[in-house]
Design a protein around this ligand. Structure first.
Ligand code: CUA
Length: 315
């Protein structure tokens, strides 16, 4: 992640936040320059003085000005921040819910150190990628599987802590299609820095197409390597931690791997998703993400090749 566009809002929520931030910056800058300016003038004017200037007591108009002025400034800052907080905390109605039982459209579960993304009512679960349609408020429920994390997409929304045993809500809305960087912004262990995700905002039509692609059951590849890789996946240890929808792999310690070949990144953003990088990851995940729950299984090159062939067929 090279840069984080904190001051380039792309949603009404982020725009409102940006405007309040800039107002605070300008008001603070004005006070700073007025005060330091007066001090500098006093220093220059008084630099040759040898005795105290005439003291000025009991000027009520000035005293009232010095008291009321700052109070008004502080009250103004309080008012604009409170208004902003109230707008941002509003949890929008879900329109229309895909599943009557689901009162939010996305559930995001933070894990050390990756994000599980559950598209409620559609059966789709993914990792480290959030796909949303543009110009629609998406209500997101945030939960933690372990420790305190913090969910942050600077261009789209405020930060929201993710706390074990408590559901927090936030909403995401993107004004135009694009890819928005997200990250964990609360120190949560050694790989906190590699707990990234991306929000992909699509036009409504593209979003529907994406949903259809993801809902489809991944097809079984015909290649011999893929078949051997599949056998390895289910006979070896992979099945103990991962889910592949429609198979007997249903564990949820690691990311859901249904349609993994359609994802753009691996390991919470540590590697781009390509067959070569997937092989490097399987060979030794600890090299890229020391401390992650995915151990080094000392797989042979042949086993890695077969697993990559199988995983790469999941799309
Ligand atoms: Cu999760 Cu920092």
């Amino acid at each position: 992640m090279s840069d984080l566009p904190v001051l380039q809002p792309e949603s009404p929520q982020a725009q409102a936040m940006y405007e309040v931030f800039m107002q605070v910056v300008w008001i603070s800058a004005a006070i700073f320059f007025i005060v330091t300016g007066l001090i500098v003038i006093a220093i220059i004017r008084g630099r040759k003085r040898t005795e105290l200037p005439k003291q000025d007591f009991g000027n009520h108009r000035r005293e009232i000005f010095w008291m009321v002025g700052p109070v008004l400034v502080v009250l103004w800052l309080l008012a604009i921040s409170t208004k902003l907080i109230l707008t941002m905390n509003a949890v929008p109605k879900v329109h229309p819910p895909r599943d009557a039982k689901a009162d939010e459209e996305l559930t995001v579960v933070a894990h050390q150190w990756w994000w599980e993304i559950i598209y409620n009512g559609s059966g789709i679960t993914s990792a480290n990628e959030i796909h949303i349609p543009t110009n629609k408020q998406i209500r997101v429920k945030l939960r933690s599987a372990d420790v305190v994390h913090c969910f942050w997409v600077p261009q789209l929304a405020r930060k929201m802590d993710v706390i074990p045993g408590r559901d927090n809500y936030i909403w995401l809305e993107a004004a135009k299609p694009g890819v928005y960087q997200g990250l964990c912004s609360e120190y949560c262990g050694t790989q906190h820095a590699w707990m990234n995700f991306k929000v992909y905002a699509h036009s409504p039509e593209e979003y529907e197409a994406w949903l259809t692609d993801q809902s489809a059951q991944p097809s079984d590849s015909a290649s011999a390597d893929a078949a051997a890789g599949k056998q390895l996946f289910f006979s070896y240890t992979c099945v103990n931690c991962h889910t592949i929808r429609g198979t007997e792999a249903t564990a949820s310690i690691g990311p859901d791997l249904t349609n993994i070949a359609l994802r753009k990144e691996l390991g919470g953003g540590v590697l781009e998703n390509s067959p070569e990088n997937l092989a490097r990851w399987l060979k030794n995940p600890q090299e890229f993400k020391p401390g992650s729950k995915m151990p080094d299984f000392n797989l042979t090159d042949k086993q890695v090749k077969q697993l990559v062939a199988y995983l790469d067929s999941l799309k």
